[in-house]
Write a protein that binds this ligand. Sequence first.
Ligand code: MSP
Length: 516
Amino acid sequence: MSAAQPFFVTTPIYYVNDQPHLGHAYPTVAADVLARFMRLDGRRVRFLTGTDEHGQKVARSAEALGVTPQQFADQVSAAFREMDRLLDISNDDYIRTTEERHLRGVQALWRELERRGEIYLGRFTGWYCVRDEAFYDESELIAGPNGAKLGPTGAEVEWLEEENYFFRLSAWQERLLAWYEANPEAVAPRSRRNEVISFVRSGLKDLSVSRTSFSWGVPVPEHPGHVVYVWLDALINYITALGYPDQRGDYSTFWPADVHVVGKDIIRFHAVYWPAFLMAAGLEPPRRIFAHGWWTIEGQKMSKSLGNGIPPEALVGRYGVDPARYFLLRELPFGNDGDFSHRAVVGRINSDLANGIGNLAQRVLVLIQRNCDGVVPAPDVLSAADEALLAAARGLQPQLREHIAEQAFHLALEAIWRVIAEADRHINDEAPWELRTSDPARMRTVLYALAETLRHLAILLQPFMPGSAARLLDQLAVPPAARQFADLATPLAPGRRLPPPAGIFPRYVETDTAAS
Ligand code: MSP
């Protein structure tokens, strides 16, 4: 047997200056679906998430609260872990940039860049934005109220003059362009790829990669007073978590990453700086970077000052973990911006979950319970319509593979829901309840085809709604050891006793009259 093909997926590591909210839940849930899908598909998966704890922004937030940056980071990092638990996230590792394993790796990569002549000492004079932890060119700035200069994201910038180390980014322009050209799938979606290519074509300047005006960071080796620029520090997490600088073991198995899931706001760091740093150190760039869009909340930008960032507890408490996960991935094409509204979530819960998969499952399971003594019925000869339904169910997995390879979660879910609609039609057309006396063998055949379809749906829904899909599989008496995608090929065994049916996807009933 050949060894399982490895798959490495990552989320951004989250700044600890903010409490977790829906905007952080989003990439984490998406990466979790990829990880779970690949595990079920027989891949050897490593799924990494964690927290980004250094830099001026975190240092200032800690100072404002009168605690040390480390205490502050410990607290908020724990809140992100709690977010993962609440959202049923199946990460294999959790990295914090203040961990020793990370520090060591960052310093090793720095030394390697220096040894290769990719880093030199210079003087930085220009604009820095602490909120974005980014350097901006004068030409990128926009005018704020009363003539103040703001970064392109609308955040305040500060004039900075300090002695810094620089990375020779300008020298990598042509090699980056050649890399995008040779790897058309490396930066996605297409609109982001185009944006990245035109940014690189417009000319790259050397990048400041150390800071001297504060100390909350990884010390630059052999150059006291300098700490590593927080973005260089942070990006390296993707390899320090694999044991870098040791290039054997996990690094050799899992690098290059299969997908870095990131937001569109941080695409430049991942698709320009990161591959350049890696190539400059003689390492391979990642295979793919996918940039998702941004959520607004009830039509408004999510912001700390508006206090409208929905915390994970609120999300899960109100809707349940699986409906929340489902909504996030179904509502928008991954890559597009969109709006999170209570009305839209309730609409999806009631129409797609309660009336869709929930209703189908309940109808089939109750009919089997009542009419087949609660055991999976043995089919007689399948009709053309039964065969068509089963063919649609069997055709799902290859379609899902294609959609998931492109991070098109909404298309994967749409495909599943087309089969749910077909199964609904089948049950209505065949009216098995009427066959009970007129043609019991036909009734058993129809119910078998429906139960087998349900098994396919439940197995394929596992990455998206793990808890609910598991309960559905329990109701179909599919043992936990038979829930991999490879098990799709082994049909449900007639004669197996099913537990009494119990609803899995309840309707959302409004309890709070103030909510719209
Ligand atoms: N620490 C950096 C990432 C370093 S990765 C080596 C960072 N952290 S962050 O906490 O500010 O943001 C993390 C991610 O959350 C980003 O990918 C960002 O796109 C995402 N989101 C934050 N708010 C969001 C929305 N309102 N909507 C969707 N995603 C958003 O950047």
